[in-house]
Design a protein around this ligand. Structure first.
Ligand SMILES: C[S@@+](CC[C@H](N)C(=O)[O-])C[C@H]1O[C@@H](n2cnc3c(N)ncnc32)[C@H](O)[C@@H]1O
Length: 423
C-alpha cells in the first residue's frame, strides 16, 4: 500500500449504510452491492458509455456479461468452514489474495476481513477490476465510482484493498481496518502488479470470470512455478465443464487439485447485476431473487477438506447386479468397452466396490472422489482408441469417446473418467 493509502473502508461503509438504511424495505446486507448497482444504474443512465460496449462483438459482450455474477456470503462461509473443520490452521499465518474481486460488489473481501482474526490471517489483499474495463464490456452498468467521496474517480484503474493492522486501534483487526488505493493499471489479473501480489500470496481465493478459467488456473500455476512450486494454495469457483480441459484434467489426475466441499445439494446460486440478467437461458435466472442457478459449478482447490477422505460406501458387483436401483445395471451387469480395456459404470453409486479392473465412471464422480479409495487412470478423451470405431462405422461421430456394444450396435458413451480401486 502506498504512502497515500485511502481511508479505510469508507466506500464500503457508504455501501453498507445504504443497505442497512433500506433494511426495513426487505433488503439484507447481502443485497448491498446490488442495491448500489440499482441506484447507480438509475443515476448514470448515460447513453454515451453504453456505446463503448457496441465496439465489442455481440458474442464477446455476451460472454463477458455471463462472467458477471457474484458469490453468496452463505456459500463462501460454508466452503471455508469445511477447510477449518478439517484443519483449523488452514489459513493461519497466511497471506490471502482475492483477485477478480471487488468489495464494493462481492462478498469475498467482506467475509475474509470480518473473519481475519478467526482465520488467523497474516495479511489480506483484494483487487478489483477497473470500472472503466467493465464499462467497456457492459456499458454504463458499473459506473459507480461517481458515488465515492467527492474526489474525481479514476475509472480506468483497478483498486487494491489491504488488511493487515488494527488501523483504527479498537483492539481488533476487521473490515473497518481495510485500507485501499488505486492500482497503477486496471486490475487485470494478468497485469504485472497483480502478478506480484500473486507471488506474495500463500492462498488465492476467488470466483474468476468463467470464460477465463483456463487462463486463470494457468496464472495460479505460473505463480507456483515462479516460487519453485512451493506453497501456493488456491480455492476458486469454476464450471465442471473445465474438468476435461487438457490443462485441468492432469492436475485432478495427479491429485494436485480436487473438488472443494461444494455447494449445497450441488446447486450454486449467484447474484447478477442489473443489465446482465437477460443473458441467461430460460430457467437459469430467477427474477424474484435476482439469482442465477447453475447445476454444474464447483469449487476447485488444493486445500484439504474432510469430505474428500470419506470413502464411498459401495455394494459388490454381485449385489449391484441383484439390487441396484438402476435398471441399466440391475439384472444386466457391466458392459465392457469396445475400444478400451475397462467396464462401463453409468452411475457413481453403482460402482462395484470389489472390482479390481479399470472402470469408466461419469465425470460427476469427482465430487465423491476419495484418493485413498480409488486412483484416477485417465479420461476417455485421451484413452479411447478410435481406430476400431472408425473401422466399424466407416466414420467418426465426434471426438474420442468410449463405446459399448448392445444388440450388435455400438453405443457412444458420455465422457468418462477411468478409475481403479486401490488395494
Ligand atoms: C464471476 S465474477 C465474480 C466476482 C467475485 N469474485 C464474486 O464471486 O463475488 C468475476 C469478476 O472478475 C472480473 N474480471 C473480468 N475480467 C477480469 C480480468 N481480466 N482481470 C480481473 N478481473 C476480471 C469481473 O468483472 C467480475 O467482477
Amino acid at each position: 500500500m502506498s504512502q497515500e493509502a485511502r481511508p479505510r473502508g469508507r466506500v464500503l461503509l457508504r455501501v453498507f449504510s445504504l443497505a442497512s438504511g433500506r433494511a426495513t424495505c426487505g433488503y439484507t446486507r447481502e443485497d448491498a452491492p446490488f442495491l448500489l448497482a440499482r441506484i447507480v444504474a438509475a443515476l448514470t443512465a448515460s447513453a454515451g458509455r453504453g456505446d463503448m460496449a457496441g465496439n465489442k462483438t455481440l458474442g464477446d459482450a455476451k460472454r463477458a456479461k455471463q462472467d458477471e455474477f457474484y458469490t453468496q456470503m452463505s456459500d463462501i462461509q460454508a466452503e471455508i468452514n469445511a477447510y477449518l473443520d478439517y484443519d483449523e490452521n488452514t489459513f493461519r499465518g497466511k497471506t490471502v489474495l482475492l483477485p477478480c474481486d471487488d468489495p464494493e460488489w462481492s462478498n469475498f473481501t467482506l467475509f475474509f476481513a470480518q473473519n481475519f482474526e478467526r482465520l488467523g490471517l497474516r495479511k489480506l489483499i483484494s483487487t478489483s477490476y477497473a470500472p472503466e474495463s467493465k464499462i467497456a464490456k457492459y456499458g454504463a452498468l458499473f459506473e459507480y465510482a461517481a458515488l465515492r467521496t467527492g474526489e474525481a474517480p479514476k475509472n480506468e484503474r483497478g483498486k487494491i484493498f489491504v488488511l493487515e493492522h488494527d488501523v483504527n486501534k479498537n483492539g481488533r483487526i476487521d473490515f473497518d481496518d481495510l485500507e485501499w488505493d488505486y492500482l497503477k493499471g486496471d486490475g487485470d489479473f494478468r497485469s504485472e502488479e497483480v502478478c506480484r501480489l500473486r507471488d506474495e500470496a500463500d492462498v488465492i481465493v476467488t470466483n474468476p470470470p468463467f470464460s477465463m478459467f483456463r487462463e486463470f488456473l494457468a496464472w495460479i500455476m505460473d505463480g507456483r512455478r515462479h516460487l519453485g512450486g512451493a506453497g501456493k494454495h488456491f480455492l476458486i469457483i469454476g464450471s465442471m465443464n473445465v474438468i476435461t480441459y487438457k490443462e485441468v484434467f492432469p492436475l485432478l489426475k495427479e491429485n494436485r487439485m480436487w473438488l472443494g466441499n461444494g455447494f449445497s445439494h450441488g446447486n450454486a446460486y449467484f447474484r447478477v447485476p442489473e443489465g446482465c440478467r437477460t443473458e441467461y437461458a430460460n430457467g437459469v435466472y430467477d427474477a424474484a431473487t435476482n439469482l442465477v442457478k447453475f447445476r454444474n459449478v464447483a469449487w476447485f482447490t488444493n486445500l484439504d477438506h474432510g469430505r474428500r477422505h470419506q470413502p464411498l460406501r459401495l455394494m459388490t458387483m454381485a449385489q449391484n447386479i441383484k439390487h441396484s436401483k438402476h435398471k441399466e445395471v440391475r439384472g444386466v451387469g457391466y458392459l465392457p468397452y469396445v475400444n478400451y480395456d475397462a467396464i462401463e459404470v453409468p452411475f457413481t453409486d453403482a460402482i462395484p466396490g470389489d472390482y479390481d479392473g479399470v472402470m469408466g465412471v461419469p465425470i460427476s464422480f469427482l465430487d465423491k472422489y476419495c484418493p485413498e479409495q480409488f486412483k484416477i487412470v485417465g479420461i476417455s478423451l485421451e484413452l479411447a482408441d478410435m481406430k476400431p470405431i472408425k473401422e466399424r462405422l466407416g466414420r467418426l461421430d465426434g471426438g474420442p469417446r468410449l463405446y459399448t456394444e448392445r444388440d450388435g450396435q455400438l453405443v457412444r458413451q458420455y465422457e468418462r473418467i477411468l478409475i481403479q480401486r486401490r488395494k
